[in-house]
Design a protein around this ligand. Structure first.
Ligand code: 13P
Ligand code: SF4
Length: 324
């Protein structure tokens, strides 16, 4: 069941109460990424970054995992917990990084460089993971790359900006797949400079999916969890946040007295930096997917087994990275 309609829903339905009731009835756990709408984050059992969410999905004893995030995240949950039913409110919630790297093309690229170790950012399909040696997230990438021998040749896919950041920071030469995140790519250096001039004391936190012309102005670069920690714990009360604005919901909950300003796009406001894929999930679709037990993530077993190896390797090599 991959097509759902929210049109026939009774507008008087108490979605929050119904979602809570169905969650109990189905022994389901709701996992949400920080880029989800605030109301979805508020009803979730756990909100986190990609690494936190992978760990939760691997550990849960629920029968159903309702993944409020994008498809590659829900696929990771299925790869690590194959016996569970994993559902995603909108099956079309993709990711531009995943789209940039097709498994067949990637396989050919990997085969053309047999002396390279293949590192892939978790933002890719199960098919790409199946041709990867080690998966990384923005929380653990530095820690994992630092454990590799200095002369080890590395392919890094699909995010050229995260790969470029790691390469510069760790002084490692890497063969970079040329994928990008359409959201983080839109931040404007010129507009950021104007904002910094207006708020000269405001530290800037940026996700490493941003291009170098943004990252180079940041006081902190890291995963969504680390950005949240940096911004809420910083002694300054006004901070500039260069990642998807959904995360500001948790910042405002944790530090309501502070001001968090989303870094601007080229038009001077940050509305263009909302992830259109994450935004496909809504409370209505969350309710329906719990009710219908779908859209469900299904993977062929051969691909799942091949994709599981680099993910387990990542979990082993991430110890003791704690993204919180
Ligand atoms: P995090 O692992 O930092 O949550 O990043 C996920 C993501 O898709 C960022 O665009
Ligand atoms: Fe993909 Fe970018 Fe959206 Fe993250 S913010 S899910 S990387 S398109």
């Amino acid at each position: 069941m991959n097509v759902i309609s929210t049109q026939s829903l009774d507008p008087a339905l108490d979605l929050v109460a119904e979602i809570k009731r169905l969650k109990k009835e189905k022994n389901a756990v709701i996992l949400a990424h920080y880029y989800q709408a605030g109301e979805i984050q508020d009803i979730a059992d756990f909100v986190g970054d990609s690494l936190d969410l992978s760990r939760k999905a691997a550990e849960t004893d629920a029968d159903m995992i309702v993944f409020c995030g994008v498809r590659f995240m829900a696929e990771v949950a299925k790869i690590l917990s194959p016996k569970k039913t994993v559902v995603l409110p909108d099956i079309n919630a993709g990711c531009s990084l995943e789209d940039s790297c097709q498994p067949d093309e990637f396989e050919a690229f990997v085969k053309a460089h047999p002396d390279h170790l293949v590192l892939s950012y978790i933002n890719c399909s199960a098919g790409v993971k199946a041709h990867t040696d080690i998966i990384v997230t923005s929380s653990n990438a530095e820690h994992i790359v630092s454990q590799l021998p200095a002369d080890q040749k590395i392919i890094f896919a699909p995010d050229m900006h995260l790969g470029g950041y790691l390469s510069r920071k760790l002084g490692r030469d890497m063969l970079l797949w040329q994928g990008t995140c359409i959201v983080h790519e839109l931040f404007s250096e010129k507009e950021l400079m104007k904002l910094k001039a207006k708020y000269p004391d405001a530290p800037v936190a940026a996700h490493p999916e941003c291009p170098d012309n943004i990252v180079r102005h940041a006081d902190h670069v890291g995963s969504t969890s680390s950005i949240l920690k940096f911004c809420t714990e910083h002694t300054q009360d006004t901070l500039i946040v260069a990642t998807e604005p959904g995360i500001i919901h948790q910042m405002e909950k944790a530090a309501p007295h502070k001001t968090f300003i989303g870094a601007p796009g080229a038009d001077g406001n940050c509305s263009c930096n909302t992830c259109p894929f994450m935004a496909l999930n809504t409370m209505e679709k969350l309710y329906l997917c719990l009710k219908n037990g779908g859209p469900e993530i299904e993977l062929d077993e051969e691909t799942r087994l091949k994709a599981e190896m680099p993910l387990r390797k990542m979990l082993d090599m991430s110890q003791p990275v704690n993204s919180k």
